[in-house]
Ligand binder design. Sequence first.
Ligand code: SF4
Ligand code: SF4
Length: 129
Amino acid sequence: MTANPCLTCGACCAHYRVSFYWAEADDATPGGVPASLTEQLTPFRRVMKGTNCPTPHCTALEGRVGEAVSCSIYARRPQVCREIMPSYWDGVTPSDKCDNARATRGMALLRPEDWHDREPDPDVPPLAA
Ligand code: SF4
Ligand code: SF4
């Protein structure tokens, strides 16, 4: 059995600016993204702290990129995070966002076989709903 590749990656959480509609945060939507971990970006958009800069690293990302990582607000992460799909998580579909984030760090791009024999996991894919 192999582990979910995202759990030893985290590159996309340390590559992109993570912005979203302000009302996804928990001061507008109970159970939403913790507002304390966000900054105002525009009158209508917020951004995850740590990601609105030239070298992003989301404040909610725990662990070390490329080794072992987790999202400390996994169940409450913004929709934009749920929409990033790891390449070939379904065996057939590549993901430019995943590939770009990994390539920037010199990490090998995911292949369909990286998902073979993966342990059963209710959070598949981990960064998507
Ligand atoms: S909120 Fe979680 S999934 Fe989204 S960028 Fe931050 S650590 Fe990654
Ligand atoms: S979606 Fe891709 S870049 Fe993001 S954590 Fe998973 S494998 Fe890494």
